[in-house]
Design a protein around this ligand. Structure first.
Ligand code: PBG
Length: 315
């Protein structure tokens, strides 16, 4: 009877698995602050993607971790076809064709030596600032390189103004009309990203508060979503998820395009930590958190639990 009257159903196909491909690894490397998540080699990446697809996950989101020596001020490995992320996208597309949706993180922070999501310059007072408009050109090059490599979806996560339109125009000009854009529309300057910074070996000092949103604001998210949809976003995203379910609900109520939510590294780490300590029932909390995100209005959920949750749904 409970199942018969359930208002919310979670499906493996709702889940997107974020994955990390690292350059120069002989064997996969466990990320200590994200137990169960690894920096992958090409072989382990493909194996983990197969494992996810086998239990019904239809989309993976790929982040690249270049060698420190390959980082530079511009993040040029991001649009180099031989850069680690573009090589991995190519390998995955060759392996899976259209059986698995391959999404790419379209942001410079993994590739810049300063760790910011864009090109940095100095303002009139000599302070380091991210140059929004100079960054857009880089995002265009990066998105086209990712589409060339085989990405079905690009996902600009840098919160630069105008990034969706810039990328849409560049993709169309390059003949990639069919490549979709999942826009990180309402992305907050959140401390919940802490473990992710270890996952990608981030070089960031300081914070991203000049381009990511203030956790105090909700209305601002509705404006960001509206702008991104006008610019051509095929999906909009709210991130993080669980602390922002009110934002997610408000966005879902007005969005004419699918709404994704990202259960981020810190959310994952907290559940893992408490679960591994025996303080909570890990599987039960995992499923409850994902069901709540879906109930709040998410169509797609990016979660490091994707394969584990899909396995629970399969039995
Ligand atoms: C930026 C990016 C971040 C995350 C995804 N894309 C980090 C940031 O904005 O600082 C965080 C994801 C997570 O914490 O799981 N490219």
């Amino acid at each position: 009877m409970r199942e018969f009257v359930a208002e919310t159903t979670l499906r493996p196909a709702d889940l997107i698995l974020p994955m990390f491909i690292a350059d120069g690894l002989g064997t996969p490397r466990e990320i200590s602050s994200m137990p169960g998540v690894q920096q992958h080699t090409f072989d382990s990446l493909k194996a983990a993607a197969h494992e996810a697809l086998d239990v019904g996950v239809r989309c993976v989101d790929l982040f690249g971790v270049p060698l420190d020596a390959d980082k530079d001020a511009d993040g040029s490995q991001a649009w180099n076809p031989k850069g680690i992320l573009n090589r991995a996208l190519h390998e995955l597309r060759a392996e899976f064709g259209d059986d698995l949706l391959i999404m790419a993180d379209t942001c410079l922070d993994e590739f810049t030596d300063h760790g910011h999501c864009g090109v940095v310059g100095q303002d009139r007072w000599g302070r380091t600032v991210v140059d929004n408009d100079a960054t857009l050109t880089r995002y265009q090059q990066m998105a086209v390189a990712q589409a060339d490599a085989g990405a079905h979806i690009v996902s600009p996560s840098g919160m630069m103004d105008g990034q969706v339109l810039a990328i849409r125009e560049a993709l169309d000009d390059a003949g990639h009309q069919d490549v979709s854009i999942m826009a990180y529309s309402a992305k907050y300057a959140s401390a919940f990203y802490g473990p992710f910074r270890e996952a990608v070996g981030s070089s960031l000092e300081g914070d991203r508060r000049t381009y990511q949103q203030d956790p105090a604001n909700l209305r601002e998210s509705l404006l960001e979503v509206e702008l991104d949809i006008d610019e051509g976003a095929d999906f909009v995203m709210v991130k993080p998820a669980l602390p922002y379910l009110d934002v997610l609900r408000a966005v879902a109520d007005v969005s004419p395009v699918p709404v994704a939510a990202y259960q981020v590294s810190g959310e994952y780490a907290m559940i893992q930590a408490a679960g591994r300590n025996g303080w909570i029932d890990l599987d039960a909390v995992m499923m409850e958190s994902l069901t709540s995100i879906k109930r709040a209005g998410a169509n797609q959920i990016l979660t490091y639990f994707a394969t584990d949750a899909a396995k629970v749904l399969h039995v």
